[in-house]
Design a protein around this ligand. Structure first.
Ligand code: NAD
Length: 324
């Protein structure tokens, strides 16, 4: 039987990559027959229709809000599964105004969970982030580590994770939570570090580096993240959290060096700016569970992936020009 999957936030960076993975030749049914995808997205500043192939007859795009109880109920009633990406996703915006983050990330998730329960979906994959754990100077967090988020963004994501897990424990809803490290790839909004630096450098501008540039992030290609989500959706266990990491750990300064080189620029193009408030020093997830239970491991080579992303932004100026 053809699966019907509701993908929220499907017009954003990771959601759209996931829809492409689901419907592409390497998707679950590479013969072009399935699954059927209902893509729900509010098209905020971060979402765009042209991130999706709207001509694909297996895809139905719905422009709407995950907070709209009526619409969400109608859509959830028509699907078997939900993969939930929709969120306010930028830490700096959450520092300026946390309200939209609580509404979308917490209340929006609860609206979807209620609908999932009412209509008895088979499973609900909730996409979260490593940022819910806080900051770790050395070592890596296992999934059992207590949550200690530091920004309004990560606090709202932690709230949504805990709600999702509570719907499993209280109601027995099949909820699976993923917590992934920093993603990079094409079609990421230029408010985020890699596209911001690339688009600024190719335009001849200077890039802002927070604080001393010593903050450490683990960079994972968006395609590796999407492949891991598919493993969780198909083979994960109800009520379980899966960390997804294993990318390339770099300080922001090291990453800046690589981006300067890729764009043919030098350190004169870097301006050190006042650090982000509450800037987490380092994130690192232990992804042993995803490896041992699901056979997950990242496949994309970082140097090659980064070079491809730089090329993508060079070649797709029309996609980002209006956003910078
Ligand atoms: P994004 O900002 O590119 O996309 C978010 C999408 O959600 C947009 O298309 C937006 O229009 C949509 N949206 C926002 N509010 C909505 C609402 N009320 N109703 C319906 N749609 C709405 O974000 P992203 O980077 O693609 O992140 C997707 C998910 O993955 C988020 O939940 C984020 O927390 C998580 N995540 C991101 C990263 C990363 O590095 N980008 C890492 C780990 C986890």
């Amino acid at each position: 039987m053809t699966e019907r999957i509701l993908v929220t936030g499907a017009a954003g960076f990771i959601g759209s990559a996931y829809v492409r993975a689901l419907l592409g030749p390497e998707g679950p049914r590479g013969d072009g027959t399935g699954p059927q995808v209902v893509a729900l997205d509010l098209l905020t500043y971060a979402g765009r229709r042209d991130n999706l192939d709207l001509g694909d007859r297996r895809l139905t795009f719905v422009h709407g809000d995950i907070l709209d109880t009526g619409l969400v109920g109608e859509l959830v009633a028509s699907v078997d599964q939900i993969v939930h990406f929709a969120a306010e996703s930028h830490v700096d915006r959450s520092i300026d105004d946390g309200g939209a983050f609580v509404r979308t990330n917490v209340l929006g998730t609860q609206t979807l969970l209620d609908a999932a329960l009412r209509h008895g979906v088979d499973r609900f994959v909730h996409i979260s982030t490593d940022e819910v754990y806080g900051s770790i100077p050395v070592g890596s967090w296992p999934e059992t580590h207590p949550l200690s988020p530091n920004s309004p963004y990560s606090a709202s994501k932690a709230g949504s994770d805990l709600l999702a897990l509570a719907y499993h424990r209280t109601h027995g809803l099949d909820v699976r939570v993923t917590r992934c490290s920093n993603n990079y790839g094409p079609r990421q909004h230029p408010e985020k570090l890699i596209p911001r630096f690339v688009t600024t450098l190719v335009d001849g501008g200077n890039v802002p580096l927070y604080g001393t540039g010593d903050n450490i992030r683990d960079w994972l290609h968006v395609d590796d993240h999407c492949a891991a989500i598919e493993r969780v959706r198909n083979h994960g266990r109800a009520g379980r959290v899966y960390n997804i990491g294993g990318g390339t750990e770099l300080t922001n300064k090291e990453l800046t060096g690589l981006l300067l080189e890729a764009c043919g620029a030098d350190w004169n193009r870097v301006e050190y700016v006042t650090d982000r408030k509450g800037h987490d020093a380092r994130y690192s997830v232990d992804w042993t569970r995803a490896r041992d239970e699901l056979g997950y491991r990242p496949r994309r080579d970082f140097a090659r992936g980064l070079a491809e992303v730089v090329d993508w932004y060079r070649e797709n100026r029309a996609w980002w020009e209006r956003l910078v």
